[in-house]
Every structure is written in structure tokens, then in C-alpha cells.
Design a binder for this molecule. Structure first.
Ligand code: GDP
Length: 601
């Protein structure tokens, strides 16, 4: 697609930067969002978790109200993504790269860098997204004097020496932790030079200290250093956030509209080709998900989160880019560009086709999940993928693995609903479905299942494993000659276990039955080892064996050995080999050789 350069690249022609919030759980991401928006979602929602996708638009004048009346703001406003955290960030991608212009990484000043802080850092690095560090919860420093909504320098001036001491100690520790991650970060106001190094802003999401600094730095940093990225372009850049049915509108899509201009009547291309019926936006300073009327527009200019109504949107896929066909564009070229996103994800699938079936809510979350599953330390092979709710057809696709590798007849469902029909079918055909809305939990569930299968196999195998033994019958200790044969033996070599088939290694092997019980000094035992004298009871497992009799088919000077078949050898090698001593292994090989020479099965 050609980029029409009708818009001049200049600081006077900028779109609003898009900002998202990352950090460890409980660092204060939601509270900080509330504070920025001036709402109280954290208090109102169950567990403080925000589930829906949305964004808040802060127009420049609102930012000025919160900061300085004379602040130089060149961008029209700031678009803040409402869903904090990894998964939403991973989904906020556009044409293969990160969609956020800037991020806020929230760090609890009392906890420092935590596991998810590091994970966030890695994601930010991966998508090459610049970030500001909100060193949050300063009001929790012991003795902190609240200065609601004050700039941080002003607030710090009000604090006692003790508070300042604690602040400095914790700050230094956290700066060191960032250094350990290879990042050189300092308090933002220690230098006039704006940039990555000077990006720590102490904040309180409760009493608002440092929030003016955070807002101002977000805007001023982006408008100064990202001019190219933020300059308006004619090329529409737009990603589908959510596909949903709205009463009166049919299936609509919420899109994050990063750049360009959209009009009613524009032809758009995603997985479908359609025409925009209506462009709807939320009111400024409100969220898209707050119920109410929408503003309808003939034309909208980025950046915005907008709702689009059109025919055929039920085929849209969250996480994919939308393209607009202009008069000078070739529809086929545009369609191809639209498919590129999907194809990039498809390419990740194991070519052998052997692997689990992975289903996620959006293309972005699917991509994040695949990325995780295929990383070297997880390494779960993927046989198929899908987006959206799990239906019967997905279970059928996963079921193909039942014949090949049972453990892969599995659906890992990430953040999607499983239809009841699908669940029933899965149960009936024995396809496992694991659902979770945290990627890591899916991995844990799947691994636990694999372990369970392994255990099952081992138990099954144990029944077939035959340990090697050579037994010498002791004279005057034949208590019963025929089924059950009861006699006392000296374990010459190897291990005797209950369940071991016993034979007489003559020219033709004479199978005499299985060991039903072992007694050592009148006590029943499961196992006896070389050098022990034990009484064994041998029971015939078929009519022929039941006929075998001491004195007729075998004598005192015959050795009794375990009958090791080819199959039981394989089982032994696969499961218990490590448990055998070197001597025992040699014995297995010796017996195996004898059996082979005698043509036994
Ligand atoms: P999230 O998991 O990162 O979204 O964290 P929340 O925003 O839900 O905050 C976790 C807890 O920390 C809540 O009880 C908040 O009220 C509290 N909290 C968040 N920010 C601050 C802050 O700046 N100061 C204090 N004292 N508490 C905070």
C-alpha cells in the first residue's frame, strides 16, 4: 500500500499518543488508571479486575487542567488503554508490531521489581515500546504527609527528613534492580534531557501526588521524541479490539484507530470486505463500555477507539488489522495485506501436524500464546489453531490426534467460552479441554495432565514388567507339588516379585505359572532379592500350566527362572532400567540371550 504523503511531518500535525499500563499484580495499575481518568473502577469491580477492553481519551485541555495551564501540548490528547496487563498489551499490536506508543510500568516503591515487572520489561523490549516508570504508593512511606494531586517535587518538599531518607533508600535499591536488568533509569526531574534514562516518576494513585508529572511527561516525551510515529498519515492504521453484538446495531467491532481518517461509507477489509455503516465514538472522558448513547460521526481522525457498524462484521477477528480501500487502491492487494497478519500466525504451526489444538479469543492473544508454548523452555507442539469460542468442529479437529498421540488430543482454550455441545462431544470422544485466562495456568494444567498420563502408563507397564531371577529349589522344602506349587527357594540371582511368570529353562521352556505370593520368615513380602531364602507360591495361569507338577515336569536340580518375553524386556528397559543394579542388568541380558537361543517368545 502506498502512503499518500499529503500530511506534512511536523510537530503541528500530530495525533494523540496511545498509552498502556503494565506491571506486577497489585502494583496499582488499575488505581492509577482510575486516578488518571478521575473515575473509580478499581473500587467498583469484583476483585478490582477490569475485564472489558476499552480506552479513555484525555483531551489536551483536560491534561492542562490537571497539570499546568501554560503547558505546551502539541498533541490533541492522550489515549489511555483501559485494560492493564500483559495479555491486553500482547493483543495491542498492529501489523506485526506493538501498537502502544508508550507504556507506564508501575512499580510498587515498597516491593521493587517483581516477577511480572520483569515479564513486562521483556514484553516491552520485545515490542520495542518506550516506557515511563511510575514508582507508585509513595504515600505508604512511613510518615508521608499527603499533598493531594501535587507535583512530586512540591510534595517531597513537604516531607520530613525520615520520609525522605526512606524514599531515597528505596529509590536507590530500585535503580540498582533496573541496572541488574541492564537498564539505566533515574528520577525524571534530575535532568532537563528528556529520554529513557530520566523516566522514573514517583506517584501515589490514592492521593494523586506525582500524577501531574506523569501526565505531562507522557505527553511531552512522546510529542518531542516520536514526531515521525505520531504524525498524521492518510494511511489508515486500525486494529480490531473486540467483536460484539450490540442491540440495534447487530455485530459491531470496537477498533483502536491509530492513524489516518475514516469516513462513513469507506470500504474496509479485514477477513471480510464491507462498507462502514456508522462510526460511533464514546464521549470524551468516558469509556466506550459505559452504557449510553454514542456520538455518530461522518468522519473521524485518529487516535480514537471507535465502534464500527457494518454488514458481515460477525466474521471480523479481534487482533487483526483493518484496511481501507481508497479509489487508487487495488482491492486484491488490500485483501492480501489483510491476510498477511493471519498468515504470519499460521506459519508458526508445527508442519508435522502433531500437537495440541490452541484456541484463543483474539489473533493477538493467540500469537502471544503460541509464542509462549513454542518457547524453548515450554516447547509444547501445536497441531492446530482457532480464534473465538470453542465449537464442535474444533473438538473434531483436536480429536484427529486421538489415533496418533493421545496426549495431544487436547484443546488449550485461552480466554474463550467452550460451547456446551463442544464440551459434551469432547467428553464423549475423550478430547481434553483446558481453559484458562492466564497463559501460565494453561501450561500448568497441560503439564499436570501429561504427568498424569505418564504415571498411568507406568502403572500399566508395571503389570507387564518382569524382573529377572534365578531360583534354586531347596531340598525337603516342597510343600505342594501341583497347582498351586508351594516350595522354598534360594534366590541365586536377580529379583523375585509377586506376579513374575516362572519357567524351567529346558530345551523347550516349561512354564509353570506365576508367583502369587512370597513369604520371608513367615511374613508375606512383595519382593525378595539375591541371597534370600523365601517360600513362593506358584499358580498356573492356564490349563497347561495348572498341570505342571514337581517330580514329573521338573526336579530338584532344575533352576527356576523368570520368563522374560520380548515385550516385557521392552517395558523393563523403558521404565525400570535405572532401578536395576549392573549385575541385574547383566542377568536380564543373559536370560534374554538364553530365551532367544531357545526360540522362546
Ligand atoms: P493492580 O493489580 O496493579 O491493578 O493493582 P490495584 O490498582 O488493584 O491496586 C492494588 C491495591 O493497592 C489496591 O488495594 C489499591 O487500593 C492499592 N493501591 C494502589 N495504588 C496505591 C497507592 O498509590 N497508594 C496506596 N496506599 N495504595 C495503593
Amino acid at each position: 500500500l502506498s502512503l499518500d504523503a499529503t500530511f506534512e511531518q511536523s510537530e503541528d500535525n500530530l495525533r494523540s499518543p496511545i498509552c498502556c499500563i503494565m506491571g506486577h499484580v497489585d502494583a496499582g495499575k488499575t488505581k492509577l488508571l482510575d486516578c488518571i481518568r478521575g473515575t473509580n473502577v478499581q473500587g467498583g469491580e469484583a476483585g478490582g479486575i477490569t475485564q472489558q477492553i476499552g480506552a479513555t481519551y484525555l483531551p489536551a485541555e483536560k491534561i492542562r487542567e490537571r497539570t499546568k495551564p501554560d503547558a505546551t501540548l502539541k498533541v490533541p490528547g492522550l489515549l489511555v488503554i483501559d485494560t492493564p496487563g500483559h495479555e491486553s498489551f500482547a493483543n495491542l499490536r498492529s501489523r506485526g508490531s506493538g501498537l502502544c506508543d508508550i507504556a507506564i510500568l508501575v512499580v510498587d516503591i515498597k516491593c521493587g521489581l517483581e516477577q511480572q515487572t520483569i515479564e513486562s520489561l521483556n514484553l516491552l523490549k520485545m515490542q520495542n515500546t518506550k516506557f515511563i516508570i511510575a514508582l507508585n504508593k509513595v504515600d505508604r512511606l512511613f510518615g508521608w504527609k499527603k499533598c493531594p494531586n501535587a507535583p512530586i517535587k512540591k510534595a517531597l518538599k513537604q516531607q520530613s527528613e525520615d520520609v525522605l531518607n526512606e524514599f531515597n533508600i528505596r529509590l536507590t535499591q530500585i535503580i540498582t534492580q533496573f541496572k541488574e536488568q541492564g537498564l539505566n533509569r533515574e528520577l525524571y526531574y534530575t535532568s532537563k534531557k528528556m529520554g529513557e534514562t530520566f523516566s522514573i516518576v514517583p506517584t501515589s494513585a490514592i492521593s494523586g501526588e506525582g500524577i501531574p508529572d506523569l501526565l505531562l511527561l507522557l505527553v511531552q516525551w512522546t510529542q518531542k521524541t516520536m514526531v515521525e510515529k505520531l504524525t498524521y498519515s492518510n494511511e489508515v492504521q486500525c486494529t480490531v479490539l473486540e467483536v460484539k453484538v450490540v442491540e440495534g446495531h447487530g455485530t459491531t467491532i470496537d477498533v483502536i484507530f491509530v492513524n489516518g481518517v475514516l469516513h462513513e461509507g469507506d470500504q474496509i477489509v479485514g477477513p471480510i470486505v464491507t462498507t462502514i455503516r456508522a462510526l460511533l465514538t464514546p464521549h470524551p472522558m468516558e469509556e466506550l463500555r459505559v452504557k449510553g448513547t454514542y456520538l455518530r460521526h461522518n468522519e473521524v481522525t485518529a487516535s480514537m477507539v471507535i465502534k464500527i457498524t457494518a454488514k458481515g462484521l460477525q466474521h471480523a477477528i479481534a487482533g487483526t488489522s483493518l484496511y481501507v480501500v481508497r479509489p487508487d487502491h487495488d482491492l486484491e492487494d488490500v485483501k492480501e495485506a489483510a491476510m498477511a497478519d493471519m498468515k504470519a500466525v499460521m506459519r508458526r504451526i508445527d508442519r508435522s501436524g502433531e500437537g495440541v489444538y490452541v484456541q484463543a479469543s483474539t489473533l493477538g492473544s493467540l500469537e502471544a500464546l503460541l509464542h509462549f508454548l513454542m518457547s524453548p523452555d515450554v516447547n509444547i507442539p501445536i497441531g492446530g489453531i482457532g480464534i473465538g469460542p470453542v465449537h464442535k468442529k474444533d473438538v473434531m479437529k483436536a480429536g484427529v490426534m486421538l489415533e496418533k498421540k493421545r496426549e495431544y488430543a487436547t484443546i488449550l482454550a485461552f480466554d474463550v467460552v467452550v460451547s456446551q455441545e463442544a464440551a459434551e462431544l469432547a467428553k464423549a470422544v475423550n478430547v481434553k479441554i483446558f481453559s484458562a485466562d492466564v497463559i501460565f495456568h494453561l501450561k500448568r494444567k497441560f503439564e499436570a495432565y501429561i504427568d498424569e498420563l505418564k504415571e498411568e502408563k507406568k502403572t500399566e507397564a508395571a503389570a507387564h514388567a518382569v524382573f529377572p531371577c534365578v531360583l534354586k529349589i531347596l531340598p525337603k522344602c516342597i510343600f505342594h507339588r501341583k497347582n498351586p506349587i508351594l516350595l522354598k527357594v534360594d534366590v541365586l540371582e536377580g529379583i523375585v516379585k509377586v506376579g513374575t511368570p516362572i519357567c524351567i529353562p529346558q530345551k523347550d521352556f516349561i512354564d509353570i505359572g506365576e508367583i502369587a505370593s512370597i513369604e520371608n520368615n513367615d511374613k508375606p513380602v512383595q519382593i525378595a532379592k539375591k541371597g534370600q531364602e523365601v517360600t513362593i507360591k506358584i499358580v498356573g495361569t492356564n490349563d497347561e500350566e495348572k498341570q505342571k507338577m514337581y517330580g514329573r515336569h521338573f526336579e530338584l536340580d532344575h533352576e527356576l527362572v523368570s520368563h522374560i518375553s520380548r515385550e516385557s524386556m521392552d517395558v523393563l528397559r523403558a521404565n525400570d532400567w535405572d532401578e536395576l543394579s549392573r549385575e541385574e542388568r547383566t542377568l536380564v541380558e543373559k536370560l534374554e540371550y538364553i530365551f532367544k537361543m531357545n526360540g522362546a517368545s
